[in-house]
Ligand binder design. Structure first.
Ligand code: NAD
Length: 296
């Protein structure tokens, strides 16, 4: 199948490679020419606008930072809508506001283009391995149509969550849990260290118990090493929490804990750590307590 792919960053590049590996032809575009060239060298077909991608492909995937980028690439000048024929399928795999997914899908429907929102969880390593968790909103039959040949070539699970926007609502729930969990482990491990107990021993003692989590396993070792290389950047998590808070306010679902962690992340961003991994939340506690988790 000939698939279009727009947005060739940390996640987009390995996702395209997995589609190529599965035998698809992939037409690629990014506003950064170098990203297009890198994938062209891997066998993808380069294009110089989102419109030209859509002119050639019955299925177009977008993997862009946030709602405004998806609106520009799909609805803007030289965007997907200008090039797409009727019955084109748009799969937006970016993590954006659910409301934006609904607005974009509505504009697409007016041209006969069907859309799914299909954000992912798992980060770059799972994008490389093709083992992302994919959460999908939109028409269920359309989801079934693309599930095996497309989505499961990039992920190990793809779950239909409801109508358009439900994929991104699910992703926001995921991002709230991850943010709060990172803050919880940073706070608790700082307490242990400040009280004179080695955090390495606390980790060994509790990771198999009820407090254990994927977040604890992935992020505590980074905190203890003082490794802040992303992973998932604080700036991107701020974007997700902003979308979560807006969505919560609109739905009448208060989010006091997410609001608090948002301000902690904003403090780190103001300190120049926006491009660092979200596990750098431990630095917030280092400032409050005067105790670094990392043994430097
Ligand atoms: P990234 O910033 O590395 O890549 C985004 C790419 O989009 C860039 O190459 C940029 O040049 C391109 N772009 C921006 N506007 C464009 C436009 N109008 N037309 C064409 N290209 C455009 O971001 P990423 O880490 O690949 O993340 C993409 C999405 O996936 C985000 O929504 C992010 O929250 C989500 N996500 C990221 C991770 C992760 O670990 N990095 C994990 C899960 C989900």
């Amino acid at each position: 199948m000939k698939i279009g792919f727009i947005g060739l960053g940390i996640m987009g590049k390995p996702m395209v490679r997995n589609l190529l590996k599965a035998g698809h032809e992939v037409v690629v575009y990014d506003i950064i020419d170098e990203n297009v060239e890198i994938l062209a060298a891997d066998g993808a077909i380069p294009a110089d606008s989102a419109r030209k991608v859509a002119e050639q492909c019955g299925v177009v995937i977008t993997m862009l930072p946030n709602s405004p980028h998806v609106k520009t690439a799909v609805l803007g000048k030289d965007g997907v809508l200008e090039g797409a024929g009727e019955n084109t399928i748009l799969i937006d795999m970016s993590s954006i506001a659910p409301k934006a997914s609904q607005e974009i899908a509505k504009a697409c429907a007016e041209k006969g283009i069907r859309m799914l929102d299909a954000p992912v969880s798992g980060g770059e390593p799972k994008a490389v391995d093709g083992t992302l968790s994919i959460m999908v909103g939109g028409d269920k039959e359309l989801f079934e149509q693309v599930k095996h040949d497309i989505l499961l070539k990039m992920g190990s699970s793809a779950v239909w969550c409801g109508d358009i926007g439900a994929g991104n609502t699910t992703k926001l729930a995921n991002q709230v849990i991850v943010a709060l969990n990172i803050a919880a482990v940073a706070e608790a491990f700082t307490l242990a260290k400040k009280s004179g107990v080695k955090p390495e021993l606390v980790f060994d003692a509790i990771r198999g118990g009820l407090a254990g989590s994927t977040v604890m396993d992935a992020k505590v070792p980074m905190m203890l090493e003082g490794n802040k290389e992303p992973g998932f950047k604080i700036d991107l998590h701020i974007k997700d929490l902003a979308n979560a808070l807006d969505t919560g306010h609109e739905a009448g679902s208060p989010m006091p804990l997410a609001a608090l962690v948002m301000e902690m992340m904003q403090t780190l961003k103001a300190d120049g750590l926006g491009q660092k991994d979200h596990s750098a939340l431990s630095e917030y506690y280092a400032k409050l307590s005067g105790t670094e988790l990392a043994n430097r």
